[in-house]
Design a protein around this ligand. Structure first.
Ligand code: FAD
Length: 406
């Protein structure tokens, strides 16, 4: 079939070339890495600090590059049951004026076999967990890793868990997210994430109320991704779960010193009261909300320990502003490349692991650093105040072809 992306087959290995890999963190990046490393024929233990494997109640956009990766892991059928496929993305000014649209079907056809998919995070996360377990992953919760020790010849590493227990591995992969402990272990110093000056209000609405208002109903029945761009702020929304849920993210100046806080609904509504009337209407349906302080990690000089027994992946290395909807996509790509590099290993000796990690880092560093920088640029462009620079931005956005609607 044209554009079909085949699922990889699991490599069968002799014991002497099979690595025992510990992945620290069962987020989207950690589970993706586990799948990819299992497909490369190695054994994987995933250690997660939380008491259960779960994701935040919010939506996530999966772009063609990441849907391609997920399909190569044999997840197309499972994910199709949970995915919403938006027809297009609309960029609007804050008063609601349409700036430009991009047709996702046309765009995806440039990359045959790929999709734009929107998920409830819990669905995507569960599918990754199911696939990792199906391929043979062992997953342990209540397992906070506080240190990684590497033996002198670099052949083995030990993760140290909070109560002092140690587990041995041939390779440790730190996928412990933006506030990564393993990044600090690698760097041997504290290294907090960098605040961006923005925070996100994240909310999920049930669409049943929206359907009573024709203006809002059209946002549900005709699945699209909508962006509203305004001075210092922007808003994004799309539907999930076949139209049952409406995901909304509001990106505003950061007025908090903490990472996640319960937000004040009135305060949030006041910020958007003069915007496209659909936004205040939507916000009037919201009863409670959380604020997420948005931080970044611009990258690292080196992602891996020289021994070849310890490396990092995902937000732990290159957390980005979510303005390109690409942070999880980059984590999934990291996992795909790491698995591909580890699939070439023919023995457990350090030199082979070192080479695999060098190639992994070489393939991923430039691309992920570019995405973090482009995320920062989007922050500037999306939040322009009305004026000549904003008009120039809109003119350039119109160069993306608009389908004949609205
Ligand atoms: P995480 O998801 O943070 O996972 C880390 C895991 O490690 C967690 O389970 C944690 O409990 C565990 N852990 C932490 N410390 C330890 C420890 N010491 N020991 C053991 N376990 C530990 N990306 C997209 O691609 N598309 C989008 O549409 C999108 N929208 C976003 C919207 C918002 C508002 C935000 C904030 C982000 C968005 N992202 C999006 C980015 C995406 O969520 C992240 O890039 C992605 O979740 C990172 O995955 P990760 O596995 O690296 O880290």
């Amino acid at each position: 079939m044209s554009g079909y992306i085949p699922a990889k087959l699991k490599i069968m290995r002799e014991e002497d070339s099979k690595l025992n890999v510990i992945v620290v963190g069962a987020g989207l990046g950690g589970l993706g890495a586990a799948i990819s490393i299992l497909l490369a024929g190695h054994d994987v233990l995933v250690l997660e600090s939380a008491s259960e494997i779960a994701e935040v109640g919010a939506g996530i956009q999966i772009l063609p590059n990441s849907s391609r990766v997920l399909q190569s892991w044999g997840m197309r059928a499972a994910l199709s049951l949970h995915a919403t496929r938006p027809k297009q993305v609309n960029m609007r000014g804050w008063r609601g004026n349409l700036i430009s649209s991009m047709n996702f079907q046309d765009s995806a056809s440039n990359y045959p076999g790929t999709f734009y998919w929107d998920f409830h995070r819990a669905s995507l996360h569960q599918c990754l967990l199911d696939r990792a377990i199906e391929l043979g992953a062992a997953v342990q919760c209540n397992s906070r890793v506080v240190d990684v020790r590497i033996c002198r010849d670099g052949e083995r590493a030990w993760v140290v868990l909070e109560p002092g227990r140690e587990i041995e591995a041939d390779l440790v992969v730190g996928a412990d997210g933006i506030n990564s402990k393993l990044r600090e272990v690698m760097l041997r110093r504290e290294d907090p994430a960098i605040p961006t000056g923005d925070l996100a209000y994240r909310l999920l609405l049930s669409t049943s109320e929206m359907m009573k208002d024709p203006e809002l109903a059209s946002l549900v029945t005709d699945p699209q991704v909508n962006y509203w761009l305004g001075p210092d702020m922007h808003a994004v929304n799309y539907v999930l779960k076949g139209g049952k849920l409406f995901n909304m993210v509001l990106l505003v100046p950061d007025d908090t010193g903490a990472s996640t806080l319960e937000g004040n609904v009135e305060e949030m509504r006041a910020l958007f009261k003069d915007w496209d009337p659909r936004i205040p209407k939507l916000l009037s349906m919201c009863e409670s909300v959380y604020k997420w302080r948005l931080c970044i990690r611009p990258g690292m000089d080196s992602w891996s320990h020289a021994s070849g027994a310890f490396t990092l992946l995902g937000d732990a290395v290159h957390a980005t502003l979510p303005y390109l909807a690409s942070g999880a996509g980059m984590s999934l790509e990291d996992g795909a490349v790491l698995g591909e590099c580890l699939s070439r290993i023919t023995s457990k000796v350090s030199a082979e692991k070192q080479m695999a990690l060098r190639v992994y880092e070489h393939c991923r560093k430039g691309r992920t650093e570019m995405v973090v920088q482009r995320g920062n640029l989007q922050q500037y462009l999306y939040h322009l105040h009305d004026g000549p620079e904003q008009e120039d931005r809109d003119r350039r956005m119109r160069m993306v072809p608009t389908p004949p609607r609205e």
